[in-house]
Design a protein around this ligand. Sequence first.
Ligand code: CU
Length: 164
Amino acid sequence: MALKLALFIAMATVPAIVGAKDFIVGDEEGWKVGVNYTEWAEDKEFRVGDRIVFNYVKGKHNVLKVTGPAFRSCNKTVSSPLTTGNDKIELTSAGRKWYICAIGDHCEKGMKLFIDVDEAEVPAPAPSPTGGKGNSGNSGNSISSFTYSYLVGLAAIWAMVIMF
Ligand SMILES: [Cu+2]
């Protein structure tokens, strides 16, 4: 009981303070044909550090990150898709991101998501000058989240020791 409580407190506290959110693409509908993802994304504010989660039946769909032109033309030849059925993508940089399903004509049928990611609410340490696009600019942020999680973990263990 005490263990569960301590774990619950630890898990509930982390996202509240770090401020990062998980967005389930399509909410309970998930990632499939027949959902309007433009509408889904419209009222949401995506920030660096948040994650978008694609839920679908493994093998029926996939998730391919593409360029703007490839998004518009449903060009499925770029990069390699994610295929687990529960694909979590951390948004590591600000800017426009495009994702499509590369199976059959699903993209043509509207299985495509465009989001515009804003900078994190709490400014990350100055991005590296050589960084450009990619993960490097956000490394400071990830480290502080990690350190924080670690501290919360320690606090949870400490709480358990007190309770027993
Ligand atoms: Cu699909």
